[in-house]
Design a protein around this ligand. Sequence first.
Ligand code: ADP
Length: 600
Amino acid sequence: MRVLVVNVGSTSVKYNLYEMDTEARLAAGRVERVGTADATHIHEGGSDRIDGRDVTGALRAILAHLTREGGPLPDPTALAAVGHRVVHGGEQLVTPTPVDERAERIIEECAAYAPLHNPVNLAGIRAARAVFSQVPHVAVFDTAFHAQLPPHAYSYAIPHELYLEKGIRRYGFHGPSHQYMALSAAEHLGTHLSRLKLITCHLGGGASVSAIEHGVSVETSMGMTPLEGLVMGTRAGDLDPAIPMLLAKQGMAAGDIDELLNRRSGLAGLSGIGADFRDIQQAAEGGDPRARLAIEVFVHRLRKYVGAYAATLGGADAIVFTGGIGENSALVRSKVCEGLIFMGVALDERANETKRAADHGGIVEISAHRAPTKVLVVRTDEERMIAREVMRCVVGPTATIRSVRARPIPVGVSVRHVHLSRADCDALFGPGYELTKKRDVTQPGQYVTRETVDLVGPKGEIRRVAIINPLRKQTQVEVARTDAITLGVSPPLRESGKLEGTPGLTLRGPAGSVEIPSGVILAHRHVHMSPDEARDFGVNDRDVIKVRVDGDREMTMGDVIVRVHPEFTLDMHVDTDEANAAGLTSDSVVAFEGVQEPRE
Ligand code: ADP
């Protein structure tokens, strides 16, 4: 399946074409100076002047190039989708989203937070939908990877109404890069993402750092807009909010303050040389005091964040660097990691100086041999990450996406049922009665019997409830909450077999009734899996995980208990209420999303 990823900027259109079965990049290029008479298409074969007076013209040239005779895309309808990088999705668009009128409207609304980017991204989407008219278009958001930030991380300490009414909160950016770094680190370390605590540093023209736990971004340095946080090429990052107010009181216009903090600050403002780190580094080596200060402030700010995020995570398994500066500046990495031995960080300075991620398959380790916290340098690939996200959207959870080791988990919907003890079976069906098999259930050795029982509660009864054999030590009745309401009992949410303190009920069979003193539960949702499957997912018996449910009632289900046993077959058990709420049937699958709480 082929995916074309398009990244439309104010004056450029970048594109990458992937074959997703192997993730091979079939083509890459860019059109520069879009909107001028000098628009130029730069591709593997060289460069051409094109009619790129607008984005549509640039996209037409790209389409013609890809579909040329002998080109990588003979038929444009063979594309599985076109993926678009969009900077801001706000709180509404937090997953890769098929582009339709609603999505376009929300992207437009989010332009309030990303005025430089979202309108341009949207214009690109509209043009691409016209040029590549027969394939689905999917938007992937820079903000989406941070969508699960907890409220204490995304809330600013200003009146809460400003969040509720205007959506003023931390959103975070560079999502595809942080996600790509996290996946690459997990793959390199041979550990599932769900078991890692990572601090990922994207240091390019823009810069941000994230704290990632169980594969989820739990803190990030950019805020409502990409202005907050680290020192960047031309952006100030963190500063006292009284400073712009002071400037405003002294007569500076809002637009000028915006321009000052976004375009004339950061490394450029401090150094007076410009935003390019190489130039600043060279000037610093030549003794330029402002260039030195710029580097010191840049590094100090980043170290401060690394330390803070180590505290947020309770330690880190790895610190990951990427972006033009993160990937190339040994000086920055060395200064940031200096003196972090208290948190297990020690660099192999020689490796830091000499090893390049590009020469080692895109990732290289530069920490000292026995240092507990690894330091990694990654060549980020945001486009590839976007292509993976597009596949997740187009193909759904059955997609095999390299690096995401999860496989789809089949769902079994447990209708209310009873497990009987020998004594209760005798009382209901007659002494020594042998229950007979009607059909197998997914777990080996268990089956539904032809016989049924009636449940009689204080408020009502439910007839002909299934029995699951073999017999057990104690009778257990598993119902959904709706059933419990019908019966008039209040069972707790419990794992199978944990029946202490649970309410009882009357069971009625053909040979008599029994009143069980306890044993009625709402079954806690759980996933069965074999030890091999657990290894693949990177989970252990009794971990609590989250799974993603796609479809009309898309949701994430947390509090799913993992149960590992050599005889278990991979499936997730939910009750009928849960299945109905999530639109699940016994033909559905869900996707593993991460560990919520590891077993103690
Ligand atoms: P963008 O965020 O615009 O994609 P990049 O990730 O390419 O930017 O990063 C650009 C920054 O990386 C610039 O400040 C550039 O000077 C810096 N950079 C690139 N190569 C080196 C290098 N060899 N040493 C130090 N800095 C570098």
